[in-house]
Structures are given as structure tokens and as C-alpha cells.
Design a protein around this ligand. Structure first.
Ligand code: NAG
Ligand code: NAG
Ligand code: NAG
Ligand code: NAG
Length: 750
């Protein structure tokens, strides 16, 4: 299917030879059109095979100003003074990523992953934070740091002949982070100078035929498996609540509206072509307890889109938040008006979800605790399976049978919100309880969607990488031609863009003033518009899955279903080798530490002095934190929505019964280190955990200990959220002692 006509090969070969280029390989025809049909010397290799794995890397935040053994205090930011900042980074602090860590990370990828993954999902924030008043960020820096990372990818994934210049052996799919632009968070409508600039920086990654769309708004997609699987790169900055340059997704004139339209059309086309899609972006659609990171109008549409295209969406992957976790979105939270294709900005603002996740527009490190507790509380309300009771009467029995048979219909009613079906369910002798599977949208939990958030490379906790495995059954022998995405000329489509002067990024103050003016002007206009009749904006409702279509890959295991992921981390405490003796925490009260916007990190008591005359780090490596395939704590048998709903429910149920002294027992017993030797833990599978919920409270003390101790789903979830950096005692104190109450939310910029 990827072979070109022989005659064409010949002609091109002759041309090649004439040009003095050796050419043994077939010309590259590229399903995604990024190819130019040019001949490449591929050393006899004509393509690549799939491995069923991809890499998710996020929030690298390279910082060329980082100094080893500088101070992690806020006013030093690892740029000055003496202190504990290690050679590969200051783990658990607010400092950014030293280039040594960036280099070692890519070296490790090169040595351990480069030849066993199919593509890379790179979810942004590839420049340092604006975290040092003495070294303010400049536009030039933001650009150079992004270019530096592209160069790093080229060193690892570039083809032999063209290292660093454009040809990549596998697709790399980038996206905008809120720190990849200036001023941070503010992304105005396109085309603008950032979409133009990144079109250049990412010229090897954005397929030719997507370049126009990319200029419009920084969104695009890549067929990572030509004609079969696409990765859609969303520009989540248009949805981001903190982007004061735009205003949600309801108004037809907003880029967020346009983005959603584009997304709907792409998904529709992909469906018609029989393809599947992975969605990716920087800022995740977090939404709990009156706080959210996206504008509610965007969340509404995105969630509706996810529902309607659940037959083709494989999953959604995000970064930005640094904590390792996932989200579950309930299609029942889609408003009626949204389902009818109508939305006004005011309409949605009047919901409960006014508060932003972020103080000052940014999530905070301290608020991570509050956020996790909010998630848990939300998950505590997930439907719980009924007891595995036997039907007590023939009528019950028959009802069960009938319901069993009509699962698909009731599912349709939950999912499509069909009035008739809903009514039918209620009518059934008035008070009959719905079956668990009905409550969750059928056997495949099609009432929900899931978003996965990978933790970061920047060592806010420990540096991390994530490798996801997905199902490629039947494609093992497929050979995908190398992507011959020889970079298009640096500034093509001249008619589409104003020339970049080259000096456009020189004057930061002027630019910031201009952005401010543009925002003001827009605000004024919006206020004027609002004084007129409040507008309702209509939009086209995406069509639902075709009748009779089987559940999509996020729901029913099949080709492209995400099967598992492996979470890697680099233990910088060990590798930096400066403070290896277990820290005896002369614990400042947690509030003293967390109340600040800045984190000085776990070695904060060593400010003011060099830990050693000279660093002597251990060999750098990433190690497996956990692999969901054989993980006995999360027990995710795959990454389908149903599996995550089960896990979330377990985590939520842990909240309902707190056994404080049990957790303490465990800690005394050695922090639950021998997790694999845990014979006492109840084996749970799909049906097992159904029973478990019910048995709760009847368990003997010994079992309780495990349920609420260091092996509970909740404890594990928290420990992993912070990439294993948090002391189990602290987890217990902060998360397991009935602290449902608010945790102070202070700001530190992400
Ligand atoms: C990191 O790698 C780049 C080349 O990609 C090199 O120029 C730089 O010196 C390296 N920096 C460190 C700190 O290793
Ligand atoms: C992978 O996909 C195949 C084909 O659809 C399916 O039969 C199989 O169960 C899937 N395997 C897993 C582990 O999901
Ligand atoms: C990291 O290394 C330190 C020092 O060797 C060790 O005490 C700690 O337990 C390690 N942390 C993890 C999560 O492995
Ligand atoms: C995760 O574990 C499974 C089962 O042991 C293994 O097949 C897989 O290769 C592991 N994944 C990674 C990325 O190491």
C-alpha cells in the first residue's frame, strides 16, 4: 500500500543519482501527506514496524541559568547564592530544569526507548518559568529554549543523514504550553506571531497540509499510523481559564469556538475514514468542586464532543499540573442547552463552576492537596455496585434478565439522553433501583470519559517520563514508511502570513504593552456587546456514533485501546548524591512551608552552604515507579474507561471509612515497602470490587489495616500523585486523617 509505482522509483532514482545522492530506498509516500515524495537514503531500511508503545513527555522547563549548589530560596531560584540545588536539579523545589537534566533525560530516552516506541506525545511548557525577578523571561529565551528541545528530539529521533535538521524517524507531536509564549498564559487569536513562529520551530512536526490550520490557531493533527490512527494536538490555551486574551468557546468570534468547530470536523472526517484518534493538549480539562482549569463553555463542548465521538476517541492526554493523576468526566454534566446546540457565555457562567482552579490564574502546589481531596470526594459519589444478591422473586429475576438484554438500549438512553427511554426506566414499578451497569452507562461505562495527566520532567517532585502501551493486534507486520518530512522552506505560503521581521521578538516591554492594549480593547468591545441583548450562540451538534457501532477503543478493548502505562522517575535525591542520609525532618509546620507560593524543596534546611566541595553524582537513570500491567495496587487491567471508573470508585470509597490508627500501624511496620508480598489484600477484579464495597465495615482489624493503610487505593493514588517524593507520614497526616476540609490554596505558578 505504501509502494510507489516502479517507474516513478526509477525516475526519482535517476534524479537522485544525477544529484550525487545515493539512493537505495523506495521513495517515501506518506499517508499523512507530510512527505514530499523525495528519495532518502535510509541505509536499506524502507520503513519501520510498530511496537505498540509511545512516549508521553511533558513540562520540561529547561533553565539555562540553573547553577549547581545554588540556593532553592525564592529570591535565588537556583540561579544564585549557596544552597542544596543538585547537579541534576533541585527535586521537590520550585526551581526549573538544569540543562544537565534535559541532556541526561534525552540520553536516557535515546538509550532505552528510542527504538521501541512508535511516536511521541509532547505536551508543552518547553521554556523556563518566569520565576526570577532578576532574570526576567524574554521572548527570545522562550524561543531559544523551545528550539533547544527540538534539537534534543532531533538528536534522539532524527534520521542518520539529517540529524537535527528535520527528518525524524517517528512522528513527534508537540503542543503549546502556557509558558511557551509571552506573556505567559495569554494566547491571542490567530494567525499571530506565535503561531507563525512555532510553525517554523515545529516545521518538521506539523504536516504540510496542516500548516494552514496551524497558523490559524496552533491546532493540528498527525497521522501517527497513516490512515489508521491520528493524534490531535489541541491548543488548550484557547480553553484555559487564565488566558485573559480570549473568552471561552460559546461566542462565534472567539478562537475557542473556532477550535471546537475544527475539532468536530476533524473527528467527523476521521470517523468517515474509519480512523481513531488520540487527543492531546497541555492544560487538562480539570473540573471539580466549583473549580476548573478550562472555561466552562469549552468544557461543555469538549465533553459533548467526547460523548458524540466516543466511537473513535482512544483517549486524552495532558500535562501542566505536574501531579500524576487522571480525571473522570460525567456526560451527565453536559447541560441540556449544550446538548441542544445552543450556548451563551452568560448561561454557563451562571452555573456553580465559577471559581477557577487557580489563584491568580495558576494552579498552586499547595492547592494540589486540596485538588486531590476534591477529586476523592467527587469519586466517593460514583455509583456503587449493588450487592451480588440473588434475585428474590421471579419478577426480580425476570427484570434482571430483561435489563441484561436491554443493556444496549438503556445505555443508549443514558448516553443519548433519549427522553422516551429514560421515562421507561423510571416507570418500572416506580421505585425499582437501576442496575449498576445502567448507572454507569452500560457494561462499558459509556456515561464517562477519562483524561490522563502525566507528571512532569521539571523536578517539582521527581523528573518523570511515561510510556503508554496500546493495542496493535493485527498490525504487527505493517511497515510504515519513514516520515520524509524534510522541512518545508522556512517561510512558505508567503501569501498566508505577514513576514516575520526577525526583530518581532526583540522588544518585550513594547510587546507586553501591546498585548495589554489588545486585551483592554477586547474587553471594552465585549462589555459593549453585553449591554446589548445577551446573545445565544448556536453550534452544530456533532453526530453520535452510527447506529449499531460497537463501543469505541476507550471503552471496549480492541485495536488501539490503551492497555497500560509505565511510569518512570529519576530519583534525584539518590542521583545527586548530596543528602542521602534519610532526612530527619525538623518539620516546620506544614503550613509554614506550603503557605508560600514558592517551594524550597526537601533539602531546604541546607540553604546557605555548599553541600560538598564538588558534586559526585551517581549515574543518571530513570527507573520504573510502577507499571500498570503488573501493578497490584491500582489493578488496572487495561486503561479503558470502565477500569478507571472502578479505580476511582475504590479511591472514593476509601474516603468513606477512615481508619487512622491503621495507617499508623502500617507506617510503623515499614512504610509498606514489600508491596508485592501483600497476600492479605483482597484480590479484586471487576466483580470482586463490587463485593468489596458491600463488605466494608465487617472486616476484621487486620484487613482494615491494609485497606486504609499504605496499600489503600487512596494512599497509593496520593503517593503516586507526588511521584513518591512525599513522606508516608506526611501523606497520612495530610490525606488520611479525615482532612476533607479545605486545604489552604496558595499560589505558585506552574
Ligand atoms: C547539553 O547538550 C547540549 C547539546 O545538545 C550541549 O551543548 C550542552 O553543553 C549540554 N549541557 C550540559 C550541561 O550538559
Ligand atoms: C487487542 O485487540 C484485539 C483485536 O481487536 C482484541 O481481540 C484483543 O482482545 C485486544 N487485546 C487487549 C489486551 O486489549
Ligand atoms: C530516593 O533515594 C533516596 C536516597 O537513596 C531514598 O532514601 C528514597 O527512598 C528514594 N525514593 C524513592 C521513591 O525511591
Ligand atoms: C510493563 O510490564 C509488562 C508486564 O511485565 C511488560 O510486558 C512491559 O514491557 C512493561 N512495560 C514497560 C514499558 O517496561
Amino acid at each position: 500500500m505504501w509502494f510507489e509505482k516502479p517507474s516513478l522509483v526509477c525516475v526519482l532514482c535517476v534524479l537522485c543519482v544525477l544529484q550525487g545522492v545515493c539512493c537505495r530506498a523506495a521513495p517515501q509516500s506518506l499517508g499523512n501527506g507530510a512527505g514530499t515524495g523525495r528519495i532518502r537514503d535510509l541505509d536499506g531500511e524502507s520503513g519501520r514496524r510498530l511496537h505498540g508503545r509511545f512516549l508521553h513527555i511533558t513540562d520540561v522547563h529547561p533553565d539555562p541559568f540553573y547553577k549547581t549548589y545554588s540556593s532553592t530560596e525564592e529570591d535565588a531560584a537556583c540561579h544564585r547564592k549557596r544552597g542544596p540545588a543538585g547537579v541534576y536539579g533541585a527535586e521537590t523545589s520550585g526551581c526549573d530544569t538544569p540543562l544537565s537534566l534535559v541532556n541526561e533525560t534525552f540520553k536516557w530516552i535515546h538509550e532505552n526507548l528510542a527504538d521501541s516506541i512508535d511516536f511521541v506525545i509532547w505536551t508543552g511548557d518547553s521554556a523556563r518559568h518566569d520565576n526570577d525577578e532578576k532574570i526576567p523571561r524574554t521572548q527570545e529565551q522562550v524561543i531559544r529554549q523551545n528550539e533547544f528541545l527540538v534539537q534534543k528530539f532531533a538528536q534522539v529521533f532524527g534520521t542518520e543523514e539529517n540529524k537535527g535538521q528535520g527528518d525524524f524517524r517517528i512522528p513527534i507531536v508537540p503542543t503549546f504550553g502556557n509558558n511557551d509564549i509571552m506573556p505567559h498564559n495569554i494566547f491571542l487569536e490567530g494567525p499571530n506571531k506565535w503561531t507563525l513562529k512555532y510553525l517554523d520551530i515545529w516545521r518538521s512536526f506539523v504536516p504540510e497540509e496542516q500548516r494552514h490550520q496551524f497558523q490559524q490557531g496552533g491546532w493540528f493533527y498527525v497521522e501517527v499510523i497513516p490512515k489508521q490512527l491520528a493524534v490531535i494536538s489541541l491548543n488548550t490555551l484557547y480553553f484555559f481559564d487564565s488566558n485573559s486574551g480570549v473568552d471561552g468557546c460559546a461566542n462565534k468570534h472567539e478562537p475557542g469556538y473556532e477550535h471546537m468547530e475544527w475539532l468536530r470536523i476533524q473527528l467527523q472526517i476521521l470517523r468517515e475514514r474509519g480512523m481513531k484518534a488520540i487527543l492531546m493538549g497541555h492544560v487538562p480539562p480539570a473540573r471539580v468542586n466549583s473549580k476548573e482549569s478550562w472555561d466552562e463553555t469549552c468544557w461543555q463542548k469538549f465533553t459533548l464532543w467526547q460523548r458524540q465521538y466516543r466511537d473513535i476517541i482512544v483517549g486524552s492526554l495532558f500535562g501542566h499540573m505536574n501531579i500524576d493523576h487522571f480525571m473522570i468526566h460525567d456526560f451527565k454534566d453536559i447541560k441540556k442547552s449544550t446538548k441542544k446546540g445552543s450556548m451563551s457565555a452568560a448561561d454557563v457562567e451562571s452555573t456553580d463552576f465559577k471559581g477557577s482552579m487557580y489563584e491568580d490564574g495558576e494552579i498552586t502546589v499547595a492547592s494540589a492537596s486540596g485538588y486531590l481531596l476534591d477529586l476523592r470526594n467527587a469519586w466517593a459519589k460514583l455509583p456503587v455496585p449493588e450487592k451480588n444478591s440473588k434475585p428474590t422473586s421471579i419478577q426480580d429475576y425476570m427484570d434482571t434478565e430483561v435489563e441484561e438484554e436491554s443493556t444496549w438500549q438503556s445505555l443508549a438512553s443514558t448516553v443519548f439522553g433519549s427522553k422516551k427511554a429514560k421515562k421507561g426506566g423510571k416507570d418500572k414499578d416506580g421505585k425499582k433501583k437501576k442496575k449498576y451497569t445502567d448507572k454507569i452507562g452500560g457494561k462499558y461505562a459509556e456515561r464517562y470519559s477519562v483524561a490522563l495527566v502525566s507528571p512532569s520532567v521539571v523536578p517539582n517532585y521527581f523528573p518523570t517520563l511515561r510510556v503508554v502501551e496500546y493495542n496493535i493486534t493485527g498490525l504487527e507486520d505493517l511497515i510504515i514508511p519513514f516520515q520524509s518530512s524534510s522541512p518545508p522552506p522556512r517561510f512558505p505560503n508567503a501569501q498566508l502570513q505577514t513576514p516575520v521581521s526577525g526583530r518581532e521578538f526583540d522588544d518585550d516591554t513594547e510587546w507586553e504593552n501591546r498585548v495589554q492594549e489588545m486585551i483592554e480593547a477586547k474587553k471594552k468591545k465585549n462589555e459593549k456587546d453585553a449591554r446589548k441583548k445577551p446573545k445565544k450562540w448556536k453550534f452544530k451538534i456533532p453526530s453520535p456514533p452510527p447506529k449499531g457501532a460497537p463501543p469505541g477503543p476507550a471503552y471496549l478493548p480492541q485495536l488501539f485501546t490503551l492497555k497500560s502505562y509505565t511510569q518512570y522517575f529519576a530519583n534525584l535525591t539518590h542521583i545527586n548524591n548530596d543528602f542521602i542520609e534519610p532526612t530527619i525532618f525538623i518539620e516546620e509546620k506544614e503550613e509554614d512551608v506550603e503557605d508560600k507560593r514558592w517551594k524550597e524543596g526537601k533539602h531546604r534546611q541546607h540553604q546557605g552552604k555548599k553541600p560538598k566541595p564538588k558534586p559526585h553524582p551517581k549515574k543518571f537513570k530513570f527507573e520504573v515507579e510502577y507499571n500498570t500491567t503488573d501493578d497490584k495496587l491500582f489493578k488496572l487491567k487495561d486503561l479503558t474507561v470502565r477500569s478507571f471508573v472502578n479505580l476511582a470508585r475504590k479511591i472514593g470509597q476509601d474516603a468513606k471509612s477512615k481508619t487512622v490508627e491503621a495507617a499508623e500501624d502500617d507506617i510503623e511496620n515499614g512504610f509498606g515497602d514489600n508491596l508485592d508480598d501483600d497476600h492479605e489484600q483482597t484480590e479484586e477484579d471487576d466483580s470482586g470490587d463490587d463485593i468489596e464495597a458491600e463488605k466494608k465495615g465487617k472486616k476484621d482489624k487486620k484487613h482494615k489495616k491494609h485497606k486504609h493503610g499504605t496499600k489503600s487505593a487512596w494512599f497509593t493514588f496520593v503517593r503516586r500523585a507526588f511521584v513518591g517524593t512525599m513522606d508516608p507520614r506526611d501523606i497520612d497526616e495530610q490525606f488520611c486523617q479525615g482532612v476533607d476540609e479545605e486545604v489552604e490554596e496558595q499560589g505558585m505558578e506552574l
